[in-house]
Design a protein around this ligand. Structure first.
Ligand SMILES: [Zn+2]
Ligand SMILES: [Zn+2]
Length: 88
């Protein structure tokens, strides 16, 4: 009695991916860091947006608008202020 049938199975039927993907983890792509405003708990994916946002926070009071001096009560009011007002 023969133990081997003679035909060795080869991994030929494995279809390779048509798109050559680099062997990097898809979860951690470079340049996808988030910048978080500790005052508002808002994450920015763009450092320019983050820098602009942080520019609105007052130095003395973080919820006082640095552009126009408007005093807000909390982070929600502050965010609404800078979202609605154009300080350009
Ligand atoms: Zn903020
Ligand atoms: Zn303002």
């Amino acid at each position: 009695p023969s133990l081997h049938p003679g035909a060795t199975p080869e991994p030929k039927s494995v279809v390779r991916s048509p798109l050559p993907s680099p062997p990097t983890s898809p979860a951690s792509a470079p340049g996808k860091e988030e910048y978080n405003c500790s005052y508002c708990d808002i994450a920015f994916r763009d450092i320019v947006m983050y820098t602009m946002h942080m520019g609105y926070h007052g130095y003395q009071d973080p919820f006082q608008c640095n552009m126009c001096g408007q005093q807000t009560t909390d982070k929600v009011a502050f965010f609404l202020h800078i979202a609605r007002s154009s300080h350009s």
